[in-house]
Design a protein around this ligand. Structure first.
Ligand SMILES: Cc1cc2nc3c(=O)[nH]c(=O)nc-3n(C[C@H](O)[C@H](O)[C@H](O)COP(=O)(O)O)c2cc1C
Length: 111
């Protein structure tokens, strides 16, 4: 399929989301400066270099209670730390549940 994003694709869902398959999920865990925990799935993630060892994820969009970003990025700005966890199939439902847009002080591990 060839399409120009600016002209639309005419499909029910954006095909860009399915271009890379299979698509492992990075389950990004963080804490804010007060130690409140956060967990969210990010499919735009990977390990990108050996030396120095580098992992990444890409956050797009924003939450209403954050300043132009999501909780994960906000926490990383506060602490400089994040962990990339790999999601096994058995954790599928929990992973999906952790994508809920909860208040920034709510703990997705508990949710
Ligand atoms: C399977 C899956 C993959 C996702 N991948 C991404 C992603 O790559 N980038 C992104 O910004 N949001 C992604 N999301 C949406 C975030 O998980 C969602 O916005 C979440 O509420 C962000 O949480 P946070 O504010 O705690 O960081 C994904 C959701 C699901 C269910």
């Amino acid at each position: 399929m060839f399409y120009r994003p600016e002209q639309g694709h005419g499909l029910p869902h954006n095909p860009f989301n399915a271009i890379i398959a299979p698509r492992p999920i990075g389950w990004i865990s963080t804490q804010d400066a007060e130690g409140r925990r956060n967990l969210a799935p990010y499919s735009f993630f990977n390990a990108v270099a050996y030396v120095p060892p580098q992992v990444m994820f890409a956050s797009t969009g924003a939450k209403a209670d954050q300043d132009g970003t999501k909780d994960s990025v906000s926490n990383i700005r506060e602490t400089g730390v994040f962990c990339v966890n790999i999601v096994e199939y058995a954790m599928l439902d929990a992973m999906n549940a952790s994508s809920a847009s909860l208040g920034k002080q709510e703990d997705e591990f508990a949710h």
